[in-house]
Design a protein around this ligand. Structure first.
Ligand code: NDP
Length: 241
């Protein structure tokens, strides 16, 4: 039987490429989404990948959603915590709602999504958890105190969880993408984006498939010795290690 992978925010952008990459690698994939039903249905029709709707910031919804996935597809072997949002603004003008929304979706989701699957992974002696952080969690970004804080939190969470679970056959790794060509980046004003591209030595935005290939490796049996890693994939924009 094929292994089961859950990809949050797996119906568009980087997550969609991850879902497709894992399906191509032989996993049974559950791709979750928040509210864009039209996009999710189109993705399901195009790929044949199972889609599920719930809010990753809602603890009860995550527990119920993951129980449904386990019932319908089998126990979760691979969890990709990819769903994320931005609510940008300079800190002195940022509302608490902007702060909370980003922390809830991008960081609380590490707890709400991982907690319901970790015991079963430990009991079965196998698991692969891949968390999507960001270049801006590594270096900080003006206008994104909320996002930078949440994504830096994802890195800390990854390192601690990796240590707790290494002996149980579970690897926990984190990817820090640079600027990738998705809806999230399209929301950046064109002049700002042109300025950003000038700072990327490779001279272009990244492709979602380039992140997906790395996730497929981390999810594979071959990656069993890699855990607690923070992997930068950013066209050379920020060389962190
Ligand atoms: P997109 O905005 O293109 O897609 C976001 C996905 O997350 C959608 O499927 C969306 O669902 C889902 N989502 C958002 N909020 C929630 C929620 N509360 N509950 C469940 N699902 C939710 O994002 P990207 O593909 O660009 O980004 C994916 C990840 O990569 C994010 O964590 C982001 O921070 C990170 N990242 C992105 C970079 C980039 O350049 N694009 C750079 C570095 C990191 P729906 O379709 O229903 O809205």
């Amino acid at each position: 039987m094929s292994k089961v992978a859950v990809v949050t925010g797996g119906t568009r952008g980087i997550g969609a490429a991850i879902s497709k990459g894992l399906k191509d690698a032989g996993f049974t994939v559950a791709a979750t989404f928040a509210g864009n039903v039209e996009k999710a249905e189109a993705f399901k029709a195009e790929t044949g990948i199972h889609v599920y709707q719930w809010d990753v910031a809602d603890e009860a919804a995550c527990a119920a959603g993951l129980a449904k996935v386990a019932d319908e597809l089998g126990p979760v072997d691979v969890l990709v915590n990819n769903a994320g949002i931005t609510r940008d603004g300079m800190f002195h003008r940022m509302s608490f709602e902007q702060w909370r929304a980003v922390l809830a979706t991008n960081l609380d989701s590490m707890f709400t999504m991982t907690k319901p699957v970790i015991e079963r992974m430990r009991a079965r002696g196998f698991g692969r958890i891949v968390n999507i952080s960001s270049i801006n969690g590594q270096k900080g970004q003006m206008g994104q105190t909320n996002y930078s804080a949440a994504k830096a939190g994802v890195i800390g969470f990854t390192k601690a969880l990796a240590q707790e679970n290494a002996f149980k056959g579970i690897t926990v790794n984190c990817i820090c993408p640079g600027y990738i060509d998705t809806d999230m980046v399209s929301a950046v004003p064109v002049d700002v984006l042109e300025g950003i591209i000038k700072t990327i030595p490779v001279g272009r935005l990244g492709k979602a498939e380039e992140i997906a290939a790395l996730v497929a490796y981390l999810a594979s049996d071959a990656a069993g010795f890699m855990t607690g890693a923070v992997l930068t994939i950013n066209g050379g924009q920020y060389i962190a290690n």
